[in-house]
Design a protein around this ligand. Structure first.
Ligand code: CA
Length: 446
């Protein structure tokens, strides 16, 4: 048995009794959480027992990627199962309800749309960030229930009032209407996620819990901050406390699933939407190079795990590269949902790979592009091509996870193969349809 076969056979075995019904799907997305910042990726100064319950109770993806190194494009890929550059969604939309371009194009079919058509209850709790125009609202894009906010982030304590037109202070919404909220935002999102599960205990459901934590602003209630009294610097202390709040919320959600006896009926997936912006929020992408915004591993390889009790064996690792785009086809297949006709999905149904029914890796290659061509990356097996305006580099990630030794000259054959594949993929894409907003008046959102 070679190493790859061993890893596959180890990944996911005992098939217990068939589930009683089509499984629920819960996707928990953290925001700007670094690769190295949960227990199952080796963090030392934060305790994340609940996020770890997902990894230890299921499969941990050691090469788990997102399709972009920042917020909105990753979400566009997650919602469609497609490289978001295929439809020009390569930047963050500015918050402007009168902008009908900056956001997820109406023609793209979303995961909640196909699951809803298959009879699933669908709910989003938290951050949307796929456009602020009325027709781009999550309730118009497949979700039937909503709690949260539609911009790219939010103040954790304040909403509405004098600042109601500013992105981070817009009123919270429940099903499209302004909603008063008095709890710390992360706690409120956790509460609403648990309530959604409780409301739909009898239905198959899809819950998309998109925390904005631990994205800035670095705001956290004392209840969490007190846990990290001695941690320095302050940026890291605040960050740890925000991650701890997310972890408590994940615990509350998992407890609710367990209490309702839905563990064996529920696939739970946890990931971050991009790598940590290290100097901005105190996150760590250890042991990876780079950070949010770039295509070194620290920008795109994230904490990523999936649990389905009784269907995925507990405590396994899966080391073949997987990507956030895989969530769409995986969930659609489990739901028996029809995927959009004539549309190329780039994601792959992971279940046959995780159960060992299919031995080959899910992807021959994975691709990334930012800014219409500012940076590119290609992952093929152990190799990774990185390209920017200065040139291109090749790394062997199995030998050199920190991307320290450029093999471009030494392995010209691999380098050229990956670069040709990159060019072929690039020709399938369109230019960005909108640009990211510039920070207004030099006043950075904190
Ligand atoms: Ca983010």
């Amino acid at each position: 048995m070679n190493r790859r076969d061993f890893l596959h056979s180890a990944a996911a075995l005992p098939l217990a009794a068939a589930p009683r019904r089509r499984p629920n799907v819960i996707v928990i997305l953290a925001d700007d959480m670094g690769h190295g910042d949960v227990g199952f990726t080796g963090v030392k100064d934060i305790s994340t027992p609940n996020i770890d319950r997902i990894a230890h109770g299921g499969v941990r993806f050691t090469s788990g990627y997102v399709s972009h190194p920042f917020c909105s494009p990753t979400r566009a890929g997650l919602m469609t199962g497609r490289y978001q550059q295929r439809f020009g969604h390569e930047n963050n939309p500015r918050y402007d309800p009168s902008d009908h371009v900056a956001g997820l194009p109406a023609g793209e079919v979303t995961l909640p749309q196909v699951l809803g058509e298959a009879g699933y209850a669908t709910g989003i709790v938290g951050k949307w960030h796929l456009g602020a125009a009325p027709e781009m609202h999550p309730l118009r894009r497949g979700f039937r229930e909503q709690f949260g906010f539609i911009g790219g982030g939010h103040d954790y304590f304040k909403a509405g009032e004098a600042d109601e037109k500013r992105e981070y202070f817009i009123p919270f919404e429940r099903n499209g209407r302004p909603a008063a909220e008095s709890e710390y935002l992360t706690d409120a999102l956790s509460r609403e996620a648990a309530a959604f599960v409780r409301r739909h205990a009898q239905d198959p459901f899809f819950l998309y819990l998109a925390y904005n934590a631990p994205h800035t602003p670095q705001q956290v209630s004392d209840r969490y901050l007190d846990r990290f009294a001695g941690v320095e610097p302050k940026m890291r202390r605040l960050y740890n406390a925000m991650v701890s709040a997310v972890d408590d919320g994940v615990g509350k959600l998992l407890d609710t699933v367990a209490e309702l006896k839905l563990d064996q009926d529920t696939l739970v997936i946890f990931l971050s939407d991009n790598g940590g912006p290290v100097g901005i929020n105190g996150s760590s992408n250890a042991p990876l190079r780079g950070a949010k915004g770039g295509l070194y591993e620290g920008g795109i390889r994230v904490p990523f795990a999936a649990r389905w009790s009784g269907r995925l064996a507990a405590g396994k690792t899966y080391s073949e590269p997987v990507i956030s785009l895989d969530i769409f086809p995986t969930a659609a297949a489990l739901a028996g949902a029809k995927t959009p006709a004539g549309v190329k999905l780039d994601g792959v149904d992971l279940m046959p790979h995780l159960t060992g029914a299919v031995k080959r890796p899910p992807h021959e290659r994975l691709f990334w592009r930012t800014g219409g061509g500012v940076q590119y990356a290609v992952r093929e097996g152990r190799y990774k091509l990185f390209r920017n305006a200065e040139g291109a580099e090749l790394y062997d990630l199995e030998a050199d996870i920190g991307e320290t030794r450029d093999l471009a000259a030494e392995r010209k054959d691999v380098f050229e193969r990956l670069d040709r594949a990159r060019q072929a993929w690039d020709r399938e894409l369109i230019p960005p349809r909108f640009q990211s907003p510039q920070p207004a008046g030099g006043k950075k959102k904190k």
